[in-house]
Design a protein around this ligand. Structure first.
Ligand SMILES: C[S@@+](CC[C@H](N)C(=O)[O-])C[C@H]1O[C@@H](n2cnc3c(N)ncnc32)[C@H](O)[C@@H]1O
Ligand code: SF4
Length: 499
């Protein structure tokens, strides 16, 4: 009888089946020994599922091996369920993979006896080797206990991505999409790796590898044409690094996306030197484009080891706008970075709002396990939460009070930009006569003016609100028409009082 392996993903509602377990299953089943001896199932649960409900479900699957994908957002639940699962089924093997567990492999195996193994890094080869071999030291990327210590074997990357079976070719993936209760956001990789090494990130310093466009074409066709796929998210670190390939990829996407579905991806425009690429991007779809900036301060950029060329950035944005004046731009900044301060953060915010985007995402810095900031916090003058989501608790250049002030301003930039009339008014103010004031100064003054006059945080203090719920908070606030009217009339009073 074949042994059952259950690969478990805990995800957000409205998403497709997590690609990680699908790739693992597809790759492992190419191996005859694995295919003859194992049945591999994938199950996906909503992140709000209770631990006891998850446990009951997993016990009913009767698996020999349970493998969980871990991320910042599901780590606590995975740990709770693994503990309960081992108690009920001591003979079952429990394995964790995914970025959160990988960065904490040694600590987790030392702290939690109910965990058997952890996979570190890309795990297709590791997982297949694990099912085939009993020699632990031969399994790449495997973390395991030996006597009283933890051994971690070197990682192994899939060199030829075309050797992978793509998710849409997996029956389980297709069935999941077919049966989705509402259209979902589907993810797709066109490459793996990242040549850069931003110190807040766990992705960098890995070799770039690419899927061929011939292999990707039917995958995109499937996603663009499936009625249950609402949007397509390209998960690559930097999808447009290679000039020739980028042009071919963009042309292919424009041609295949006949229903003009929204395509999202992370875009760092300063790495793009080619005008034809910048001209093609706005043609992809009508949706918003998210562009990373993080910070414009040379000190902060040096400490996070990230390149930034403001001139090239502005030039490229202008070019994209000239090709499509209605292009919907969003920029991403990180707040709390080592070396940053209130005034430097204001400069970064000023830089992005001067490009007159539709909006700005401000992310609070997370010191993700495995990242350089996580490994050496003292070196960068920061302290962070030891438990997920690893938010920064202290930054010696960015005192808490100023951090909260900057976060409040960021929330209001988000909120004000959601009201088109206000966004346009601010942009007009920036074009005004008072050249002693920067655009961000107008926003800052208005936010001070609002103090005590408006409850846009549902009675909460800014310190209690995480940046990733800004969108939800703003949605809730703006859902009430009277709140928009009040905000607009406060803006008029602000102007009339000549503040
Ligand atoms: C998944 S990242 C990829 C970014 C892209 N490769 C780039 O370099 O711009 C997308 C966005 O998430 C945010 N982000 C990434 N890592 C973060 C971290 N450790 N803490 C806070 N925000 C982070 C950044 O604002 C970034 O632009
Ligand atoms: S932030 Fe982007 S560019 Fe920097 S290391 Fe991560 S994926 Fe690469």
């Amino acid at each position: 009888m074949k042994k059952i392996v259950e690969l478990i993903s805990i995800s957000f509602p409205g998403r497709d089946l997590n690609l990680g377990p699908v790739y693992l299953k597809n790759y492992a089943l190419k191996n005859k020994h694995v295919a003859n001896n194992y049945t591999i199932n994938i199950s996906q649960f909503d992140k709000d599922t209770s631990a006891s409900e998850l446990l009951d479900c997993l016990l009913s699957r009767n698996a020999r091996i349970y493998g969980f994908s871990t991320y910042v957002w599901n780590y606590d639940l995975v740990i709770d369920v693994s503990r309960m699962l081992k108690k009920e089924r001591p003979e079952a093997t429990i394995i964790l993979g995914g970025p959160e567990a990988a960065g904490l492999a040694e600590k987790l195996l030392l702290q939690h006896p109910f965990l058997d193994y952890i996979f570190v890094g890309e795990s297709e080869i590791s997982f297949s080797a694990f099912l085939e071999s009993t020699e632990l030291q031969e399994i790449p990327g495997l973390a395991y206990r030996k006597n009283d210590s933890v051994m971690i074997n070197p990682e192994c990357f899939v060199e030829d991505l075309n050797s992978l079976v793509l998710p849409y070719e997996c029956e389980e993936y297709r069935t999941y999409i077919d049966n989705a209760p509402a259209p979902v956001r589907s993810a797709i990789e066109t490459s793996r790796g990242c040549p850069f090494r931003c110190r807040y990130c766990t992705w960098g310093g890995t070799k770039m590898r690419y899927f061929s466009l011939e292999k990707l074409k039917p995958a995109f066709e499937y996603l663009f044409n499936h009625p249950n796929v609402k949007t397509v998210y390209i998960t690559d670190s930097n999808p447009f690094l290679r000039r020739r390939r980028t042009i071919e990829l963009l042309e292919m996407l424009i041609q295949l996306n006949v229903h003009r579905k929204s395509i999202t991806f992370e875009l760092a425009p300063e790495y793009m030197t080619d005008e034809s690429i910048l001209a093609l991007i706005p043609k992809l779809c009508d949706d918003e484009f998210a562009l990373g900036v993080q910070s414009t301060s040379p000190t902060v950029l040096a400490l996070m080891d990230r390149r930034f060329n403001s001139e090239r950035y502005l030039k490229n944005i202008d070019l994209m706008k000239s090709k499509n004046p209605d292009i919907r731009l969003w920029f991403s900044l990180i707040i709390g970075l080592p070396g940053d301060s209130y005034s430097q953060f204001l400069n970064s915010l000023d830089f992005v709002i001067n490009m007159q985007p539709e909006g700005v995402y401000v992310h609070e810095l997370l010191c993700l396990p495995g990242s350089e900031f996580y490994k050496n916090p003292e070196k960068y003058g920061i302290e962070y939460m030891d438990v997920p989501p690893h938010k920064v608790l202290k930054n010696k250049t960015f005192p808490e009070e100023q951090y909260n002030k900057a976060k409040l301003l960021s929330y209001f930039v988000y909120l004000l930009h959601r009201v088109e009339s206000l966004r346009k008014n601010f942009y007009n103010m920036g074009n005004g006569k008072d050249s002693s004031l920067r655009l961000i100064d107008h926003y800052e003054r208005f936010v001070s003016f609002l103090d005590g006059k408006l409850d846009a945080l549902a009675g909460k203090e800014i310190s209690e609100v995480s940046s990733w719920i800004f969108e939800q908070m703003a949605n809730d606030f703006l859902a009430k028409e009277e709140n928009i009217t009040k905000l607009e009339s406060l803006y008029d009073s602000f102007l009339n009082e000549g503040v």
